[in-house]
Ligand binder design. Structure first.
Ligand SMILES: [Zn+2]
Ligand SMILES: [Zn+2]
Ligand SMILES: [Zn+2]
Length: 295
């Protein structure tokens, strides 16, 4: 029997650490290795294990602000000893299933999960709202109404809000045009995170303007397409470099900024080892499941 230990390291930037992000899952929708896939990247991932295995994309800031809710949320809670019953704010980027798997939210009802603290606020767009109610309002769950445990908050582009002392700005992404997908600016004590999953480079002028207003302690960029260039919707590494250069030109990032690439697909045709080598060469950090960054 082979057991892969999912150890994580903490990357420290050397400054006084007041803000932490943990990457709980770092794969695109199909997972890594992909559920039904026998390509070389997936076969190698199964053989090697460790950082070459990825669950679907989710992150948590200071264990308080959860970002996205994939089908792997339960696994993440087990692997990283998360106290999800304490989390009261959940930012959803968009309704794709690797970012929002709402049926699991029924388990915040007192019948299934005892003594969860306060209300879980879910922030998202119109498609996320519909998916949420479609999942939790079915007949079978009517005996367990979520009104006392979960509250949905519909977001408006650029309409900032405060959650537990974190200042949050939802910025429209370049992703599925059938809904208003969001990337997020999250600020605490003057430190900004730009959480950019899922998005391509074709942001609106208004979105760029909003992003350019700040200097970032950490940026987290979509690298789904790996070595390939993307025309939009997602990014590959060539597009990530363009994104980084654009932020540099506008004074939004400096020497201290942690530049993370994340949300990987086997279709990007690079192993984690290769992504790490690329990242090192370009001053980036390739995310892996469990990675924590303190800034
Ligand atoms: Zn995704
Ligand atoms: Zn594959
Ligand atoms: Zn997506």
């Amino acid at each position: 029997m082979k057991i892969c230990l999912r150890k994580y390291e903490i990357l420290q930037t050397g400054k006084e650490d007041t803000l932490e992000i943990q990457y709980l899952g770092t794969a695109a929708a199909e997972g890594w290795p992909a559920l039904f896939c026998n390509c070389e990247i997936c076969k190698r991932a199964r053989a090697v294990g460790g950082k070459e295995l990825r669950t679907r994309t989710q992150a948590v800031v200071d264990q308080k602000i959860l970002i996205d809710f994939p089908p792997d949320s339960y696994t993440h809670a087990l692997n990283y000893s998360l106290q999800l019953g304490k989390v009261q704010h959940l930012l959803i980027t968009h309704s794709h299933m690797d970012h929002f798997f709402p049926v699991e939210l029924i388990h915040r009802h007192e019948h299934f999960g005892h003594h969860a603290e306060g209300m879980l606020h879910i922030y998202g767009n119109e498609a996320v709202e519909k998916a949420f109610y479609d999942a939790v309002l079915i007949d079978r769950f009517k005996v367990h109404p979520l009104d006392e445990a979960v509250r949905f908050v519909r977001l408006v582009p650029f309409a900032d809000f405060t959650a537990d002392g974190y200042h949050i700005v939802p910025v429209p992404a370049d992703h599925d045009r059938r809904e208003t997908c969001y990337i997020y600016v999250i600020e605490k004590d003057g430190k900004n995170i730009l959480y950019g999953h899922d998005t391509g480079l074709n942001l609106s002028a208004e979105a760029w303007e909003c992003i350019f207003k700040r200097k970032y302690a950490l940026i987290s960029l979509d690298a789904t397409m790996g070595r390939k260039h993307s025309e939009g919707y997602h990014m590959g590494l060539p597009d990530v470099l363009t994104f980084v250069k654009t932020l540099q030109e506008h004074g939004c990032i400096g020497q201290d900024t942690v530049k993370v690439i994340n949300h990987f697909s086997h279709n990007g045709e690079m192993t984690h080892e290769e992504l790490e080598a690329f990242a090192e060469e370009h001053g980036l950090t390739a995310a892996y499941d469990g990675m924590k960054v303190q800034m």
